[in-house]
Design a protein around this ligand. Structure first.
Ligand code: GEK
Length: 242
């Protein structure tokens, strides 16, 4: 059981930029479930999609793995010892805890938990790549380059699963969906102050794109098929097939 997230529960004199440090690691499972609509369904769905698309003797990448929830879902669903799953994150606090969690499970598929910036990774012989709420934290100008590299590293028939917070195309609609998301957080026990302070901390750190921007990047990279396989409010998950 993870500890309850109360990082923004008391009034802060100044709200600093959000980062994935030890404090966040301690509360992460609680934080992400209470903040991201559909998170558990997406994690389960990633396992199901992996069952369909992972090819034998290939590499699976979980990019920005945090504590490795998607990795664990794939390990449970696929467990093919001819594959390797590589879980990467550039937060040393996340990686340390992720290693501990993953080592607590015994599956025959080898798992490597690596501290790395996902921009520096060489992708090779991949059949299944997960970016579960990670791309949104990269500066916009790095996003296409990463997708291009991923596409090059994927085998034919391999897939990218990309989950992101979205901006809705029209301003009025966007404001209302954001309100509904804040109500979702309130229903999950966050106060108005916590929601406001977290929002300030994520300003310029989590930069959401529209669905069209994501689709355009898939096109530019060369993906032949892509679609939205999950959406709850402004949180969506896409699948793109090479
Ligand atoms: C999950 N996927 O539970 N290189 C590597 N990691 C990065 C980078 C980078 N350049 N930038 C950010 N990260 C997880 C949840 S959380 C989403 C992903 C959230 C990492 C960052 O350290 C953090 O662990 C993760 O991306 C984003 O399925 O907290 O909203």
């Amino acid at each position: 059981m993870s500890k309850k997230d109360n990082i923004y529960a008391s009034q802060l004199e100044q709200v600093g930029s959000f980062n994935f440090d030890q404090k966040v690691v301690e509360v992460f499972p609680d934080m992400i479930k209470r903040s991201v609509p559909g998170y558990t369904a997406i994690i389960d769905g990633i396992g199901q999609l992996a069952k369909k698309y992972v090819q034998p003797n290939t590499v699976i990448y979980d990019l920005g793995c945090s504590l490795g929830a998607a990795t664990l879902s794939i390990r449970e669903a696929v467990n093919d010892e001819s594959c390797t799953i590589k879980a990467l994150d550039n937060s040393s606090a996340m990686i340390e805890r992720c290693r501990l969690i993953q080592s607590g499970y015994n599956f025959s598929m080898p798992v490597e938990v690596v501290e790395a910036d996902i921009n520096d990774v060489e992708f090779k012989n991949a059949s299944f790549v997960v970016l579960n709420f990670t791309l949104q934290f990269l500066p916009r100008e790095q996003r296409q380059t990463l997708l291009d590299k991923l596409y090059q590293g994927l085998n034919k028939g391999g897939v990218l699963v990309l989950s992101e917070k979205l901006t809705m195309g029209s301003t009025g609609l966007d404001a209302n969906i954001i309100d509904i998301h804040h109500d979702f957080k309130k229903d999950n026990g966050y106060s108005d102050m916590e929601i406001a302070q977290k929002r300030a901390a994520l300003e310029n750190v989590l930069i959401p794109d529209t669905r069209e921007q994501h689709y355009q990047r898939f096109e530019n990279a060369g993906f032949s098929q892509y679609d939205t396989w999950f959406q709850h409010y402004n949180f969506a998950s896409f699948i793109a097939v090479k």
